[in-house]
Design a protein around this ligand. Structure first.
Ligand code: NAD
Ligand code: USQ
Length: 396
């Protein structure tokens, strides 16, 4: 199968490209290196040192993995996207290429506008290019469990059967996301569903939970194949952050009372879910939604698990929640579709956590302690921002 991975230089995109290539698929990657740019902007670096995309691709060929072609360019450039998709003529497009941090999108108005423009326009360009080039191309799009928020009813996989005033219908599950980033994914989902309806495209929207983990079978083959691992208060995700905090002797930062519950998934399962979704495509005209996580844990449970397993002393600190989010809430999300396709979940285990402690121990000298605490607050407004048009232009 010919597969184009958008955002193929990122935390998940790079190991996904390797996994698919290792399984014999013809893989091409696209990226505009925006993620490396956010590091420069914030003044942080991945805990694990990462090679350039050129070095990564050369390393993959050297270890016998095969050739992966790179398309460097911005998904917001419609002409570039059209040309790339016409050139690759993929069977499947795996779309990771978006700004993915909720705190980054909440820094101020400019970052919210950038996030929504980058994500929504990029995805629209991909949809238009598929519609023009070949409507059989299957779009596998990374959404997020955060699209649903924390409703007081069971979360279904994308769709909900409703009965209202004696009539029934199947509607997109109601969304109540918790950041301008998460909202960008809701807008994407609606645009993709509409494109399936009007143009007969085929798409799988993968509403993924919080990912943790540092490597996959392929990234371990050579240091140049390693993927990024973020720990800072803007891009670091909760479990990865807490592992690093434990190793550094920093208190584990539970925001608020820690009852907020999320779906989690290990990196090795992420790349496998992409394979499963790609190899069993949606039907023409079908907008298919899978919830992509393997277990539900509260933030407090995550912190307690990491603190318990850490061989040294690890303390937990409840810090004032910088976000506006429900802490005490009902949470029960269905996640059976990927298991039905063959996913065998890798659940959080002592072995996995010990391995993460080892990874962090090797690189802990690279941590900037000043980057650990959260700095972005949901309650702040953009009122003090300058309001010239150029201030709101997407950042490069
Ligand atoms: P990441 O930031 O490491 O990777 C995203 C990649 O996309 C980056 O390399 C970036 O440079 C690229 N990109 C961004 N905008 C682009 C544009 N306009 N044109 C071309 N490339 C562009 O993020 P990640 O953690 O690998 O996440 C990948 C996807 O998975 C995102 O869409 C994210 O929303 C989703 N997701 C991630 C997680 C998680 O915990 N990491 C969980 C659920 C869903
Ligand atoms: N949290 C803490 N302490 C921390 C960091 C986070 O208590 O040090 C809490 C947050 O308040 C939140 C939860 O942990 O309640 C998850 O936060 P996170 O930063 O790990 O994840 P989130 O902001 O939701 O975003 C991440 C990815 C995003 C993806 C999302 C999946 O960055 O791309 O879409 O996870 S989900 O959460 O299911 O929407």
């Amino acid at each position: 199968m010919q597969i184009l991975v958008l955002g193929g230089d990122g935390y998940l995109g790079w190991p996904t490209a390797l996994h698919l290539s290792a399984l014999g698929h013809e893989v091409a990657v696209n990226d505009n290196f925006a993620r490396r740019g956010y590091d420069d902007e914030i003044g942080v670096e991945s805990l694990v040192p990462i090679a350039t995309l050129d070095e990564r691709l050369a390393a993959w060929e050297q270890v016998g993995g095969g050739r992966i072609k790179a398309y460097v360019g911005d998904l917001c450039d419609a002409a570039f996207v059209h040309k790339m998709i016409a050139d690759v003529r993929p069977d499947t497009i795996v779309h990771y290429g978006e700004q993915r941090a909720a705190p980054y999108s909440m820094i101020d108005q400019a970052h919210a506008v950038y996030t929504q423009t980058n994500n929504v326009v990029g995805t629209l360009n991909v949809l238009y290019a598929i519609a023009d080039v070949d409507r059989d191309i299957h779009l596998v799009k990374l959404g997020t469990m955060g699209e649903y928020g924390t409703p007081n009813i069971d979360i279904e996989e994308g769709w909900l059967e409703v009965e209202h005033n004696g009539r029934r219908d199947r509607v997109l599950y109601p969304k109540k996301p918790g950041s301008f980033y998460h909202l960008s994914k809701v807008h994407d989902s609606h645009n993709i569903e509409f494109a399936c309806r009007i143009w007969g495209l085929r798409a799988t929207d993968l509403n993924q939970g919080v990912v943790y983990g540092a490597d996959t079978e392929q990234t371990k083959l050579d240091p140049r194949l390693l993927t990024r691992f973020d720990y800072d208060g803007v891009f670091g995700t909760v479990l990865n952050r807490m592992v690093i905090q434990a190793v550094l002797g920093h208190p584990l930062t539970v925001y608020g009372n820690g009852s907020q519950t999320r779906g989690l998934i290990n990196l090795v399962d992420t790349v496998e879910c992409i394979r499963l979704a790609s190899e069993s495509p949606a039907e023409r005209g079908e907008f298919r939604v899978f919830n992509q996580f393997t277990e539900q844990l509260s933030v407090r449970q995550i912190a307690e698990t990491i603190a318990r397993e850490y061989p040294g002393e690890a303390t937990i600190e409840h810090v004032a929640n910088p976000r506006i989010e429900q802490e005490d809430h009902y949470y029960n999300a269905r996640h059976t579709a990927l298991v039905d396709l063959g996913l065998r979940p890798t659940l959080l285990s002592v072995t996995l956590i010990d391995h993460l402690f080892d990874v962090v121990e090797r690189h802990k000298d690279r941590v900037d302690p000043a980057a650990i605490m959260p700095t972005v607050r949901w309650a702040q407004t953009a009122s003090e921002l300058p309001r010239t048009a150029s201030e709101f232009a997407p950042m490069k």
